[in-house]
Write a protein that binds this ligand. Structure first.
Ligand code: GLN
Length: 244
């Protein structure tokens, strides 16, 4: 069998990494390693140009409003066109919380409006109301007819509202999701996926890591199974914490 390789590019790994979102990258690396799939990790920070063909998966974690501001401006200035090119060729983009907010059109913080890159038809508004914090579980249908659960933890002041042309990633089973009102969580536009779920997300939902991996590698025959007793326990625990 030819050598397989997953190339991941982490955007602003030093600035956009709260709740150990970097653990998502570690999990991908481990699951590749255990299957004999090569793994290559690159980073793109403030001011760096982005090559839209240099990775199979582009990853953006969560961040505080202050760090998000720096990244929002940089995304708009130096990376927006490249990320649109990634999406147009069907490349994977995964963004969590603060990163997810920046995939929309804008993030309104009081009088200030941070630009988003418009990959998802959504706007986010920072509310004066309480932060939306807690364990969360959502139901997703990434493959038609196959409903599964993602479980994690959310903590955000911003409320995201999807526009008419946006699809949610899933339906809230427990927790707040995009805005605590409409029962929707995250967004998906083809292989561009945004979610509020930290945890980190992938160690609590190894099945989703494998979905990303299989999609990135176009492995229609699926991936070799792994001994997932610990991962299954982590998933069950996250669901239990959310009450699902
Ligand atoms: N700063 C954003 C908010 O509070 C995102 C926070 C996060 O990434 N957890 O809404």
């Amino acid at each position: 069998m030819p050598e397989r390789l997953l190339r991941v590019c982490a955007l602003y790994p030093d600035l956009m990494n709260i709740y150990a979102d970097r653990g998502n990258l570690l999990l991908l690396e481990r699951r590749c390693h255990w299957r004999g799939i090569n793994f290559e990790l690159s980073a793109s920070g403030l001011g760096d140009e982005l090559d839209p063909d240099a990775a199979d998966l582009y990853y953006l974690g969560g961040g505080q409003d202050r760090d998000q501001r720096l990244c929002a401006l940089d995304l708009a200035e130096t990376k927006q066109a490249a990320l649109h090119a990634v999406a147009a060729r069907g490349g994977l983009i995964l963004a969590v919380c603060g990163g997810y907010q920046l995939l929309g059109h804008s993030y309104q913080l009081g009088d200030e409006e941070l630009p988003g890159i418009g990959l998802i038809d959504a706007v986010t508004v920072r509310s004066d109301g309480p932060r939306l914090i807690g364990n969360v579980a959502i139901e997703v249908e990434l493959d038609a007819g196959r409903r599964r659960v993602l479980a994690g933890f959310e903590n955000h002041g911003g409320r995201t509202h999807l526009g008419r042309s946006a699809q949610p990633l899933g339906r809230v089973l427990r927790g707040y999701g995009n805005n605590g009102r409409d029962g929707l969580e995250g967004a998906r536009a083809g292989n561009v996926i945004g979610t509020y779920l930290h945890g980190p997300l992938l160690p609590k939902n190894a099945w989703f890591a494998d979905w990303l991996l299989a999609t990135a590698l176009a492995a229609s025959e699926g991936l070799d199974p792994l001994a997932d007793a610990l991962e299954d326990a982590a998933h069950a625990d996250a669901r239990r914490a959310a009450g699902v």
